[in-house]
Design a protein around this ligand. Structure first.
Ligand code: BTN
Length: 250
């Protein structure tokens, strides 16, 4: 079984190159630095020590408790901020659909980059632009918690689906396969895939901008740019491109 996790045979089949890292600071940083690794090359690790999240946060798992995979995707075509909003949503939709193909209990996505199970955080996505303009797409998933849960709001894959080495290789392979396909379908199709996976639409949400200002409203839909369209409590329709969003349940 461990040979599977040394070589990731199914995942390797769908990438143009796969680098398996027994230990790494961050799989995203690895691909950001190694610009000779071309489109659809990927780096994978079960022991990422300095994983990075959105807005400079850290994404850390104890060894073996999480999986980190990053892939080089083609350079964005349009406006950078918009592409960096839409691409993580396409990545998230691909992850959601790969997990749901192996799980009877569905996972969903929270705009713009969280993978949720039962309203708890299963994983996250970080997309960055490399100096050759290609996008590095990074996915982190909690696999199993051997000790205490890192937070009450965290959930792991093995909390709701059996995860062995073969299943994990299959899951990563399916994720990468869907991702490569979904990155190149027309925008309208991408928005359909996103809408299917996104739990945020129709929910009451609290929005927090980088300036710390908070407001609430109802999420109405996704714009062409990937922005979340929200009707604020004071009746304005606002397209949000770069903010934190929490689902509210009252
Ligand atoms: C977030 O929730 O803010 C995003 C977390 C993204 C973590 C993944 S793990 C693989 C890749 N490498 C990193 O350093 N970060 C991403």
């Amino acid at each position: 079984m461990t040979e599977v996790l040394d070589s990731w045979p199914r995942t390797r089949e769908v990438c143009s190159a796969l680098i398996v890292l027994n230990e790494v600071d961050s799989t995203n940083s690895y691909l950001m630095d190694n610009t000779e690794l071309s489109e659809y090359s990927a780096a994978i690790s079960l022991n990422q020590k300095g994983g990075r999240g959105r807005w400079g946060r850290e994404w850390v798992n104890r060894p073996g408790e999480g999986i980190a995979i990053s892939m080089v995707a083609p350079a964005p075509q349009g406006d950078l901020l918009e592409d960096l909003t839409l691409v993580p949503l396409v990545v998230g939709a691909s992850v959601v659909s790969a997990i749901n193909s192996m799980s009877a209990k569905p996972v969903t996505m929270k705009w713009p980059n969280d993978i949720l199970f039962d309203d708890k955080k299963l994983g996250g996505i970080l997309c960055e632009v490399r100096r050759d303009s290609k996008i590095v797409v990074g996915i982190g998933l909690n696999l199993v918690f051997q000790g205490a849960r890192p937070s009450e709001r965290a959930v792991s894959l093995s909390d709701f689906v059996p995860v062995d080495a073969v299943a994990l290789d299959d899951l990563m392979s399916e994720t990468v396969r869907l991702l490569i396909g979904n990155l190149t379908v027309p925008g309208a199709k991408q928005r359909e895939l996103i809408a299917d996976a996104l739990e945020t639409i129709g929910k009451r949400v609290r929005v927090r901008g980088k300036d710390g200002v908070e407001w609430t409203g109802v999420a109405m839909g996704i714009e062409v740019s990937g922005a979340l369209r929200i009707r604020s409590d004071d009746g304005k329709e606002i397209a949000v491109l770069s903010s934190e969003v929490d689902h509210l349940y009252q």
